[in-house]
Design a protein around this ligand. Structure first.
Ligand SMILES: [Mg+2]
Length: 420
């Protein structure tokens, strides 16, 4: 079998990739949260590196293209091609992808909800059309956030873990406390807008506002929901440690990306290590990191307690599996990122997470966006998301297919040849 063509299309809020082969078997995946101007240039570039190769030799395809990828967003197309190759390999073999990764060790995979914190995600809906959360158009009071988390946990989907944008990751966080001067400097300091999401050392009042927020939020949710905070990056090291220690009594699931993270093309592993070694609050990073090699220092140095690679950025499904196994060898937990990965990404995450060792916690659940996405795909079992878990289903490949006659109606004029 040979790869003959690679195409992309924007469908709703998701960018989809299709690998075409000479055998008539197609592979599909989604490209994480990248702009059209990016994929328009990058997809043809990578297609040129892998055309003519056998997509079922996934490792060989990866070897041919991975040198040209990098931290987010430059590994996204590499990752999407890798995942679509697995889809083809599974279809060719007539088995779900998890069988090709060594087989599943769990029949249902725990997921967490991190999707209800931005305006964009306000449009994200459950299969029945109900908005999941959506209260985070602006920063709400900790009581309101806590109530929405409880409501989310009581829905049939029953999320047991919620993650919220916090501190530097939530643009207007300190405003609700009426704090103009919450840090001694902000970065970038020149634009005068509210886009500042980095900082220097916090003022004592700014710092106390963070701790107060956690105290009030936990006062509402108690121990009913696992709470993770997506924190930045933006903290200085001293505040990160001080904060991690201050919230130790609240039993948080993790603090994410305090030092480096989804906006940085580096890991700052040495700084993370200093923090992780001195607190019992679990420290987490990883969604921007590309390839296992770039996890090595974080994992071998035990610089964090939890890693969160996104299969749509780290280099794909096999890369994520490898990182999970290596993290497990070092006593480090695994909680993959995924919020912008769409339904095909959700299917890919389910395949690989079903095979992960005991360090697995949960993956970040990506929803179809908008909700008509659930009408244009086939393969999802009824009620596949229940009680905080996605059921592992059996279907060759990644587990989801387009209903092409239905999906075609949503193609933009410039993408009209996507399925042809
Ligand atoms: Mg994050």
């Amino acid at each position: 079998m040979k790869i003959t063509e690679i195409k992309q299309a924007v469908i709703g809020h998701n960018i989809v990739l299709r690998i075409v082969t000479d055998k008539g078997i197609d592979g599909y995946s989604e490209i994480e949260n990248t702009k059209e101007s990016y994929i328009g240039a990058v997809v043809p570039y990578f297609a040129g590196l892998v055309k003519g190769l056998d997509p079922t030799d996934v490792s060989y395809v990866m070897a041919a293209m991975k040198r040209a990828g990098a931290f987010k967003p430059w590994g996204a197309v590499v990752s999407a091609i890798e995942m679509a190759c697995w889809d083809i390999a599974g279809k060719e073999a007539g088995v779900p992808v998890y069988k090709l990764l060594g087989g599943k060790v769990r029949n249902k995979v725990r997921v967490y909800n991190g999707s209800f914190k931005t305006e964009k995600m306000k449009e994200t809906k459950a299969p029945d059309g109900t908005i999941l959360g959506g209260q985070y158009e602006k920063m709400d009071s900790p009581e309101a956030v806590g109530e929405s988390m409880l409501a989310l946990s009581e829905r049939p989907e029953g999320f047991t873990i919620c993650k919220m944008a916090f501190g530097w990751h939530a643009r207007n966080f300190w405003k609700q406390f009426g704090l103009d001067e919450y840090a001694y400097n902000t970065y970038p300091p020149m634009n005068g807008s509210e886009r500042t999401n980095r900082g220097s050392m916090l003022t004592e009042r700014g710092f106390n506002a963070l701790v107060e927020y956690v105290d009030r939020l936990k006062g509402v949710i108690g121990d009913k929901i696992g709470l993770a905070l997506d924190c930045g990056p933006g903290f200085c090291a001293a505040d990160a440690l001080r904060f991690a220690k201050a919230v130790e009594p609240y039993h948080l699931l993790w603090l994410e990306d305090m030092i480096a993270g989804d906006y940085t093309p580096h890991t700052m592993a040495h700084v993370y290590r200093d923090i992780t070694m001195q607190t019992s609050t679990p420290i987490h990073t990883g969604e921007q990191i590309y390839l296992r090699e770039n996890y090595r220092e974080l994992i071998e140095g035990q610089c964090v307690n939890v890693v969160g690679p996104d299969p749509a950025d780290c280099g794909g499904i096999a890369e994520l599996k490898w990182i999970a196994e290596y993290a497990d060898l070092h006593g480090i937990h695994m909680a993959p990122h995924g919020t912008f990965d769409g339904i095909f990404g959700m299917a890919a995450l389910t395949q690989v997470c079903a095979t992960m060792p005991q360090n697995y916690i949960a993956y970040e659940y990506p929803a179809g966006n908008p909700d008509w996405w659930y009408d244009i795909v086939e393969g999802l079992p009824d009620n596949f998301l229940r009680d905080g878990h996605v059921e592992v289903w059996d279907r060759p490949g990644i587990g989801v297919e387009f209903n092409i006659p239905k999906a075609e109606k949503y193609l933009r004029p410039e993408d009209k040849d996507f399925f042809r």
